[in-house]
Design a protein around this ligand. Structure first.
Ligand SMILES: [Fe+2]
Ligand SMILES: [Fe+2]
Length: 292
């Protein structure tokens, strides 16, 4: 079997395992929210209905909406009230974060790798990707937040279904001073980005998201049509590594790729410092809301 066929076989097997596991519990909310934000015909009330049919999610959203942080004038007991009080964008992000957080809930740390800091990293990248999109391109970047939250879903899959190999990957990265992707390539013959892309494809997420997740480590190879989000994700990832927010999967920066992304997107590096400072403030606020 040639290398590519072997890789595809491995990916198919992993996607099947994911679809039979707890990880797939986020599928309906993620696809639902993504559909709502990408479909101009859908209304904000579709979001309300989607959250309401998921009792644990409803409970979590109501808990956050009633927290000291949001201090509603009276107790919020329904998703409709939460939607009015905190707004569509916040509710959308809250629903996604609360749901996706559920698959990052392991406390164990393997070879110094902690799933909890991977979660913090994913939220940081989600915030940074969204902020860069809005400030630099003056566009909403509908899929930016979701892309950030899910970009490293492949690492979760490796830690759950390929434990021995993953342990080897981590020790290789640590002792041979390599970025995670390089160590993965040597041990597994594929990257966590490949796994994430296979899942996003299997879940029928929009092509922009599939590409961003699949090429978050190699944005210059992404299809031109969707490369903007992949490049933004790369820059956001680098900013989060540099400011040591959460987990660090690529401590050795590829300056050439980074600079090419900045040029392609026409981003001033100084603007990034301001965005990082704001993202850190927002992350602290999310911590106060009990999201970590
Ligand atoms: Fe990452
Ligand atoms: Fe990654």
């Amino acid at each position: 079997m040639d290398l590519d066929a072997e890789k595809q076989k491995k990916l198919k097997k992993l996607v099947n395992l994911v679809n039979r596991s707890e990880i797939s519990s986020i599928k309906s909310i993620v696809s639902g929210v993504v559909r709502i934000i990408n479909d101009p015909k859908s209304s904000i009330w579709d979001l309300k209905e989607m959250v309401e049919i998921d009792p644990p999610l409803t409970a979590k959203v109501l808990r956050v909406a009633n927290s000291v942080y949001y201090s509603p004038p009276q107790k919020i007991g329904e998703i409709k009230q939460a939607l009015i009080w905190i707004g569509f964008d916040t509710l959308k992000e809250m629903a996604l974060s609360q749901k996706v957080a559920g698959i990052f809930n392991e406390n164990d740390s393997i070879n110094g790798h902690s799933i909890h800091s991977l979660w913090k990293h994913s939220v940081a990248v989600a915030l940074l990707t969204k902020m860069i999109y809005r400030r630099e391109f003056r566009k909403r970047g509908a899929n930016a937040y979701v892309a950030g939250l899910l970009h490293d879903i492949g690492i979760i899959v490796e830690s759950q279904f390929l434990q021995n190999d993953f342990s080897l990957v981590l020790s290789k990265a640590k002792h041979e001073k390599k970025n995670l992707s390089e160590a993965e390539q040597e041990v597994l013959g594929l990257h966590h980005a490949d796994i994430g892309m296979a899942i996003a494809e299997n879940w029928n997420l929009p092509q922009e998201l599939v590409t961003a997740i699949g090429y978050h480590d190699s944005p210059l190879e992404a299809e031109q049509e969707f490369s903007k989000l992949a490049s933004t994700l790369y820059i956001a990832e680098d900013c989060s590594q540099n400011s040591s927010i959460g987990y660090s999967e690529a401590p050795f920066r590829n300056n050439e790729v980074f600079d090419k992304c900045l040029t392609e997107l026409n981003i001033d590096p100084h603007a990034l410092d301001l965005i990082v400072a704001d993202a850190k403030r927002e992350l602290n606020e999310m911590e106060e809301q009990g999201l970590f």
